[in-house]
Design a binder for this molecule. Structure first.
Ligand code: AMP
Length: 211
């Protein structure tokens, strides 16, 4: 398996928004554990039933569940050229498990302050057809209620994007996920990006890392 890239940062830092650009630049498929879990919850699978309560509460799903999911994902044929991990790993045990099964060449950490995160997450929504990400204030549709990318007219908001849950997700991030930054820095893999700029500026900074 070729080397993979990890997109790292707090919820709402813009990982999902920036992932498309990295996929285009590198050809590595995006693997978002959050998206995989939300699909499992919607399908009502055993995985979904296990994950649902944790997700609704804004807590992390147990490591063994997530690691099992990733072990299966990297067996898929499209993983041979490496993957773009978005929202994984989120704990040191997850990172250690990843290290054993797939080489990582770069960890892109997007930095955003907590208060901007609450503001960003609470207004966000996505196109139900193509997944394009929008925000009530910062990135509304060009034509009201019509997706800029695909013309879709149905939109979704995440159940865990309420202010209270966002604050729990942020505290999970600070206590369980942020220690990974030093862990990856110690391995010389960490690249920091200031996420407090426009989507295009952050995208540009990320593109420069990929050259
Ligand atoms: P996200 O879409 O990445 O914000 O993830 C949404 C929710 O899914 C998180 O708040 C967690 O409950 C769960 N989740 C996603 N990825 C992971 C992970 N790598 N480890 C533990 N829980 C996760």
């Amino acid at each position: 398996m070729d080397s993979s890239i990890v997109l790292f940062g707090p919820p709402g830092a813009g990982k999902g928004t920036q992932a498309g650009r990295i996929v285009n630049a590198t050809g590595k498929p995006q693997v978002s554990t959050g998206d995989m879990l939300r699909a499992a919850v919607e399908e009502g699978t055993e995985l979904g039933r296990t994950a649902k309560g944790y997700m609704e509460a804004g807590e992390l799903v147990p490591d063994e569940v997530i690691i099992g999911l990733i072990e299966e994902r990297i067996k898929q044929p499209d993983a041979s050229g490496g993957l773009l991990f978005d929202g994984f790993p989120r704990t040191i045990p997850q990172a250690e498990a990843l290290q054993k099964i797939a080489p990582v060449s770069m960890v892109i950490a997007i930095h955003v302050e907590d208060e901007s995160i609450v503001e960003r997450i609470c207004g966000r929504f996505t196109c139900a057809s193509c997944g394009e990400v929008y925000h009530d204030l910062f990135r509304p549709c060009k034509v009201r209620d019509i997706c800029n990318s695909c013309g879709g007219t149905e939109f979704k908001r995440r159940a865990d994007d309420s202010e209270e849950t966002v604050r729990t997700r942020l505290s999970a991030y600070h206590s369980q996920t942020s220690p990974l930054e030093a862990w990856y820095e110690g391995q010389g893999l960490l690249r920091r990006i200031d996420g407090n700029h426009t989507i295009d500026q952050v995208g540009e900074a990320i593109s420069n890392l990929l050259i």
